[in-house]
Design a protein. Structure first.
Lengths: 326, 326
């Protein structure tokens, strides 16, 4: 069985081989630019790890794995336009480096090419049909998640359940689908494939809440981003929405106006918000929910009809994503 | 066999049944808005006409036909953003009525839903695989065509062969693919399906050149648009590019500066450009090319292994599209 790093390296070689040189260059260049950007490559490696449980011949999984990564990058290309984001992975985003029109059109192309890679993956029409249906349902959910995310920007208050639905759709279903796809390519039973889906779903939601948590309470060196960014940008995170839920009606207005106060210095705003968050114990609430989601994920992990020694890399990946040492 | 109008009405009923009411509404509303706009519905009816040659049960063709129309509308939604177009079919375009972000995201969704409709079309996995591959190859070509179109805006001069490649990719391949899809759903032989493809391809290119021709030389009541719009907007049409090809080197600068001169009144500019066009006989060149393309289209029509009485509606459609009376 291959390690995370070995699989990442196999995938990166494959990415290089897929480099597009077709005309018109203005259409294909942005695709190469984004696909070759350095990244953790969590999704492709996760898919390969799961496929590798069932088969040593992981070459056959590569077209579908590549398709998932291309779909993910298509969403980044379009989301960056919608979110007006200038920088991704320390480099200019596509619409900044090229222009908005090219980012729209090259994104469209990537979406279509994701399908092309699945269509060319194999001769097993039954498997391919299942993969395409899962991929399509997932892609629709991801669009729904992005729309909810945009809708939430214009709302003062969002129920936590709606926030959890949004992160489930926007990010977790793709991780879930990635795990399940690896299982399907490997030839897992339907039950095992479903357990992999639910494992990925819980892991994905937990990962996103942890991201919110680390943005405020993390160590900037480990987290890789400046701490407090969400607070500075008045982002409606799990911590903020939980605080809104917990704070008494009398103090709610105070919290809302503090969180939206951009006249304070960054340091002051972060400090004041954190004092309020701490008084409401929102950190503990976030940790408890992450714990619960990870327990769910491990329930599905343990329900797999696969000998545990074959699941070593899956377990490492789960712990790596949640940066827990156990 | 059904008539054009009967098939259009069957299709419009189907569109109504597909109306989306899912959440989030902000994502799904623009899809309904564009899909329900009044239009000629050339593509869906063309596909149904061809399928109807082989089978009376055209209900089974509807999901795929709907997918083609949805794909076409997705390209309109995104092209209108890229082209900065405010009006489509006498109504505000999606990014004007809603906003750019919603037009990007709802367009993405439509692209994905086009696949969903094909995936749900039938249980015949071999047919479905073929339909999906044709659809995907076509969609990639349409993106290439749109990129060439945008590239050409920044160029002073474009070879006519490049212009023809652009209109082939941007519009004709979808019509070709539509005809072929109808044939494939109907169960045509591979040879017949290929003839339908090439028939549609030639027809599509001819249609586009005729569109250029009518914009300058048409009757505004029949054409449905103001005559001379392309000249006013300095559009690089077949007529202009042919004129550039034919005009002597000495007069080329004069033509280029006249065509790009926006200080003239609209009436003056149209008149002066037409005098130049007339002196070079570009109208006749356009008519000759349309004639040649239509002959090619009819060669493929006559090569079909289908009794001619079954092809009546196809022939009417071909003549209707080129508005010729024969």
């Amino acid at each position: 069985m291959y390690s995370f790093e070995e699989l990442k390296s196999i995938f990166l070689d494959y990415v290089q081989k897929q480099k597009l040189t077709d005309e018109p260059l203005n259409l294909y260049t942005p695709v190469n630019y984004l696909m070759e950007m350095k990244g953790k490559r969590i999704r492709p490696v996760a898919c390969l790890i799961v496929a590798n449980i069932f088969t040593d011949d992981i070459q056959k999984a590569l077209p579908v794995v590549y398709s998932i990564e291309m779909f993910h990058n298509f969403t980044l290309m379009h989301d960056d336009i919608m979110d007006n984001a200038d920088i991704r992975r320390a480099q200019p985003t596509v619409h900044i480096k090229y222009n908005i029109n090219r980012a729209i059109l090259s994104g469209d192309l990537m979406m279509i090419m994701s399908y092309k890679h699945i269509l060319n993956c194999c001769d097993d029409l039954i498997l391919k049909n299942k993969l395409l249906k899962l991929f399509t349902d997932t892609a629709i959910e991801v669009c729904e998640g992005q729309q909810y995310d945009m809708d939430f920007e214009d709302k003062e208050e969002i129920a936590l359940s709606d926030y959890l639905l949004m992160i489930k759709l926007k990010t977790a279903v793709l991780l879930a689908s990635t795990f399940k796809t690896g299982a399907m390519i490997g030839g897992a039973s339907d039950d095992d494939a479903d357990h992999f889906y639910k494992l990925g779903l819980n892991l994905g939601i937990a990962f996103q809440i942890q991201d919110d948590l680390l943005d405020t309470y993390g160590n900037s060196e480990v987290f890789g981003k400046k701490i407090g960014g969400d607070i500075i940008q008045n982002k409606k995170t799990f911590l903020y929405l939980k605080a809104l839920e917990l704070v008494g009606e009398d103090k709610k207005t105070q919290l809302i106006s503090l969180y939206n106060d951009n006249s304070l210095t960054e340091k002051d705003k972060i400090e004041k918000v954190k004092i309020l968050f701490n008084s409401l114990d929102v950190k503990k609430h976030a940790e408890a929910l992450i714990e619960e989601l990870m327990e769910n994920a491990f329930d599905h992990f343990h329900a797999l009809s696969i000998p545990e020694e074959k699941l070593k890399e899956v377990k490492s990946l789960m712990n790596y994503l949640l940066k827990r040492k156990i």
